[in-house]
Write a protein that binds this ligand. Structure first.
Ligand code: AMP
Length: 400
């Protein structure tokens, strides 16, 4: 079966068409500036030539139509008609407490996703627009929602509750939900597979280090803690997000700079992290490593603070699980950035593991980084959220 995997943002739409029998990607692409002047589509048939062109996309329905047009195009296409698409898998950011696993989309599910929009006001409405657009263009094609939060629904209360009056949890469901769940699930499963072990026998710490970043503690196959919270702002220092900080800073900064709460949160989301710490040098880790090598001290400090926070979370999650067997690095930085991994290595030796400098040179591949016989295995496991979404989509639509 051919599965269309969609990830809709407020003005963008990322897609992949995956052949679920071979798990090969047939084509992928990105629609940008949807609803804004100058909207364009980049379409890449795998093995073929990438096309990028301006295309009028006043809304997401037009963008989905454009994707179908490209997928069935005589030159750049990979299928002959829309009928070849057997199912659609949608990445949905927030499933709240309603969804602890992926589900086949029906009206009740759409209603429940709408109900979670309060918790992810920038993301869930965009995801819903993508779902509605597909319903309009491909009526009858089964669709599945795969939630970023679902894998972390196994967290115990002691991990997900904040130290706030309990009534706010009761009234507003304020709690830690966690994100990147599809990736933490995929990577922890794959790590166990690579080691020839059952995930149910392992304590795994997954470090998903991308532009957005989070760490999770996966104990015997279940997420028991994760660093992102009610929103993706909590936890690690990220590309542009601050991560953990004293909440009193918010009102302090608002008063000093004459800002309202939304403006301060915008700074914490968009202007902080390694971008802010490096005094605006970059949010991209390649640039930062280069800048630090060329003597930019702030870039160096940003990288040190970043790696230190990752190291602290690894320590915390080893404690949370009363031990750890595997530490797995994944996502853009975790898979590719040897310098950052080497910096994190400073904080994991006491656990009985290391990062071998030779093996650490390998980029973007599955590799065991620690020495043979190390008590804890440290490894790189590339993530593949689209494939995970396609697998879930097939699993659920074959049953239904
Ligand atoms: P992601 O959000 O997972 O796409 O990760 C984006 C981050 O990964 C950026 O900061 C990139 O600098 C980093 N990254 C991606 N590819 C490489 C690479 N080949 N070497 C070093 N860093 C990389």
């Amino acid at each position: 079966m051919k599965v269309l995997v969609l990830n809709c943002g407020s003005s963008s739409l990322k897609y992949q068409l995956i052949d679920s029998d071979t798990e090969a990607v047939l084509a992928k692409g990105l629609c940008e500036r949807i609803g804004i002047d100058g909207s364009c589509i980049s379409h890449q048939p795998v093995g073929g030539e990438k096309v990028k062109e301006e295309a009028d996309m006043p809304d997401h329905t037009a963008a989905v139509k454009m994707v179908i047009e490209k997928l069935t195009d005589e030159k750049a296409g990979v299928i002959s008609s829309l009928e070849e698409i057997g199912a659609v898998g949608h990445r949905v950011v927030h499933g709240g407490e309603d969804f602890s696993e992926a589900v086949v989309i029906d009206e009740a599910v759409i209603h429940a996703i709408e109900g979670c929009s309060d918790l992810a006001p920038l993301h869930n409405p965009a995801n819903l627009i993508g779902i509605r657009s597909c319903q309009a263009i491909m009526p009858g094609v089964p669709m599945v929602a795969v939630f970023d939060t679902a894998f972390h629904q196994t967290m115990p209360k002691k991990a997900y509750l904040y130290g706030l009056p309990y009534e706010y949890y009761r009234k507003y469901k304020i709690r830690r939900y966690g994100f990147h769940g599809t990736s933490h699930d995929f990577v922890s499963k794959r790590a166990a597979q690579i080691l020839g072990k059952d995930r149910k026998d392992l304590k795994i710490i997954v470090c998903h280090l991308g532009n957005g970043a989070s760490v999770s503690a996966v104990k015997y196959g279940e997420s028991v803690d994760t660093s992102m919270g009610l929103t993706p702002l909590e936890g690690l220092i990220m590309g542009t997000r601050s991560g953990d900080m004293d909440p009193a800073i918010l009102s302090f900064l608002a008063e000093k700079e004459g800002l309202d709460a939304a403006q301060v949160i915008e700074i914490c989301n968009k202007k902080s992290g390694v971008l802010g710490l490096s005094d605006g040098a970059s949010s991209d880790f390649r640039d930062l490593v280069l800048a630090a090598e060329e003597g930019n001290e702030q870039a160096g400090h940003a990288l040190e603070a970043y790696a230190y926070r990752v190291g602290k979370y690894i320590g915390a999650y080893a404690a949370a699980m009363n031990g750890v067997d595997v530490i797995a690095f994944t996502a853009g930085v975790g898979e590719n950035n040897a310098e950052v991994r080497a910096m994190v290595a400073q904080y994991i030796g006491y656990l009985g593991t290391n990062i071998d400098p030779e093996r650490n040179r390998i980029r973007g591949e599955e590799v065991i980084l620690s020495d043979e016989g190390a008590k804890v295995v440290t490894m790189v496991v590339p993530t593949n959220e689209e494939l995970a979404i396609a697998r879930e989509t097939v699993r659920l639509t074959k049953k239904s």
